[in-house]
Design a protein. Sequence first.
Length: 468
Amino acid sequence: MTSFIGGIRASGNGLLVRISIIAAIGGLLFGFDTGVISGALLYLKKDLSAGSLAQEWIVSVLLLGAVLGAALSGWLADKISRKWTKVVSGAVYIVGALGCAFAVSIPMLIGFRFVLGLSVGTASFVAPLYIAEVSPPRVRGGLVSFNQLLITIGILLAYLVNFAFSSVEGGWRWMLAMGAIPGAALVIGMLTVPHTPRWLMQQGREDEAREVLTRLRGRDPEADIDREIEDIKTAKRKEESTSLRDLLHANIRPLLWVGIGLAVFQQFVGINTVIYYAPTILSKTGLTNSASIVQTVFVGVTNVVFTIVAVLLLDRVGRRRLLLIGTVGLTLSIIFLGIFFASPGLQAGASYLALVALLVYIASFAVGLGPVFWLMISEIYPLGIRSKAMSVATIFNWGANFLVAGTFLTLVSVITTQGTFFLFGGLGILAFLFFVWKVPETKDKSLEQIQSELVGEIAPPDDGSARE
């Protein structure tokens, strides 16, 4: 904690923190939508006559849009800049949120949820990329994790909005309409921040990159602007000739699998089913709709608190250690949820245990797999292919999210609630083994140092004979 706070203070003028928070509003968009649909589902399914299949599509079609948004975002981030990609993303989110609020049919709602997904997929990719490229090594972990923190704050805000409108006629429309507010905040905020130094260097705008770095580093006594510029130049020279095919280069392939593994397991442990369907899960313990929504507020608060803990610890304890500890905690707690739903005696006499298990699950995810995935994929790839590799990992993340969220209610009906949670627990064990085997530590290293240590130099020969 002292390391992170001391590093922030050393940055001098606070610009670094301000622009990191603004960029992380992209995470808030995803968090708000994730949380708000969980409450809105309890009411719109009656107004629009939505059965289980329709509810799954209402939730999961956003994730299809996010896959497409993530696929486009790597190209957009390089073409029009990280900054302008996020401005466009915020504008699209406003359109999607208002369209959902005024939907008069399930197909119309599904269509605008897809539009929201385009925005969310783009924003979720560019936010950690932007923050990683403006941050010094010793506070990069905490600053990039602002993205995950804003996701959790967005979820909490959505739960509070759900509670506020839960007793209002047609309240689900107001719940969904509120999403336009963070969308507008992202657009306005991103208009006030600079381009990242690394993107400027990619465009050959070295003077501007140097000016931005000087502003960002402030009075930091450890800052060496000339050295940082030279490091970026060196990384840029090494990667100038790379293309999408270089993702399959022998040096890159292992790191690509690390990113994909983190992306897939982040969803396969069941996190977004817990978020999307938290009120539904709690209602199965006998709670009313309104009581379930009230209890999800506790879930949201826990998510925020433990994400703050992660922000303060990532640059001190390390990414890998928190990842492993968190994965053990979430696996044990979701297995306990399976035991709870398999035990009628527990449900009748100790329904509060379901809430306790949910809170432990959320806390464990928030200190580990939640922030570490987004942080690691912003760190481990070399400059020339960073946006492409991050885009691939993000596509897999949204694809896995779609698969899990789009089948949750069906799984519950086929293998029961407890069977579904046991399945997630088994996947959590596999995730832990993968992380132990494959995930490196990147604490206290510059992006260029990470590239040198994990990747080395990619130098395809002229005749292409050595290309993998």
